[in-house]
Design a protein around this ligand. Structure first.
Ligand code: C2E
Ligand code: CA
Ligand code: CA
Length: 277
């Protein structure tokens, strides 16, 4: 590889590169198609921690292949980030989320959208978002939450704090996603002007039987509250998780126990039923 660097190109890597090429080609085709069909945005409810009633939703993108497969983001977000296609993809997700938020505004408090580091490092991100919000002047922008991960702090070129302040100036809220899994969560908490902490599901799994986990959860909830932030626990898979989180006073919950992510029409039907999950 030049200098005195030697790189091994193994069969395993060839497969990975091949998969990446396939993923990229698929993604380009999907972005060129009718995006609401090829890249539908699904929604997973976020519920009130005490009552279980729906307060918000996280937008989670899927890809429908021409063969009719539905792919989870693990299959294409990596390629999207590497190629920069995350920029048009991310804009599509925001457009879709805002449209659904408008349709559901009487039944749903907010929609949370994942934003990758690559998107945040685009100087055009905040102006693009401002343009989208200007198209829905009757929507309170605080009903849009942007979820960012700690890797954004490391990977974003430019001054992340300045960028986030520009985004917050639009009135949208910021959530710290997968909180607690990174290397510098507390530094992050100190430097990022966030409104919401999303406790990673690794703290939730087995919570009911692990006193160390419940201590960590209680401490993070306390910390979030003292910083004027609210918290959502992810990965609530059974009633024991819920009970433990309720006992800890967690304000909001998300997980398979309440519902898997659903296509918009199914999410809509659930809202119409006025479902208390
Ligand atoms: P995430 O932001 O941490 O989203 C939560 C993931 O956990 C979702 O996976 C969701 O289906 C899954 N999940 C929800 N409840 C449970 C549970 O009770 N147990 C378990 N084991 N899992 C649960 P999904 O939809 O496959 O998304 C994976 C990741 O892809 C997301 O992780 C997010 O980082 C990324 N992603 C999804 N949509 C977008 C997008 O529009 N833009 C960007 N940049 N990333 C996205
Ligand atoms: Ca997320
Ligand atoms: Ca998460």
């Amino acid at each position: 590889a030049g200098g005195n660097r030697l790189e091994l190109f193994s069969e395993q890597m060839r497969i990975t590169v091949q998969e990446r090429i396939t993923a990229e080609a698929r993604l380009r085709a999907a972005l060129d198609g009718d995006r609401d069909r090829t890249l539908p945005v699904w929604f997973q409810p976020i519920v009130d921690g005490a009552t279980g009633s729906i307060i918000g939703a996280e937008a989670l993108v899927r890809m429908c292949t021409p063969q009719g497969q539905i792919l989870a983001p693990g299959h294409f977000i990596g390629a999207a980030e590497e190629t920069g296609l995350i920029v048009p993809l991310g804009e599509h997700v925001l457009v879709s989320a805002l449209r659904h938020l408008l349709a559901w505004q009487n039944d749903l408090g907010y929609i949370s959208v994942n934003v990758s580091p690559r998107q945040l490092s685009e100087p055009g991100f905040a102006p693009m978002l401002a343009g989208l919000l200007a198209r829905v002047p009757h929507l309170d922008p605080s009903r849009l939450v942007l979820e960012i991960t700690e890797t954004a702090v490391l990977a974003t070129s430019g001054d992340l704090e300045t960028r986030l302040r520009a985004i917050k100036a639009l009135g949208v809220r910021i959530a710290l996603d997968d909180f607690g899994t990174g290397y510098s969560s507390l530094t992050w908490l100190q430097s990022v002007p966030a409104d919401v902490v999303k406790l990673d599901r690794s703290f939730v799994a087995g919570l009911a039987t692990d006193p160390r986990k419940s201590s960590i959860i209680s401490a993070v909830l306390w910390l979030a509250q003292s910083l004027g932030m609210t918290a959502v626990a992810e990965g609530v898979e059974d009633v024991d998780d819920w009970q433990a989180l309720r006992a800890a006073g967690c304000p909001a919950l998300q997980g398979y126990y309440f519902s898997r992510p659903l296509p918009a029409t199914e999410f809509d039907a659930m809202l119409r039923r006025g479902a208390d999950l």
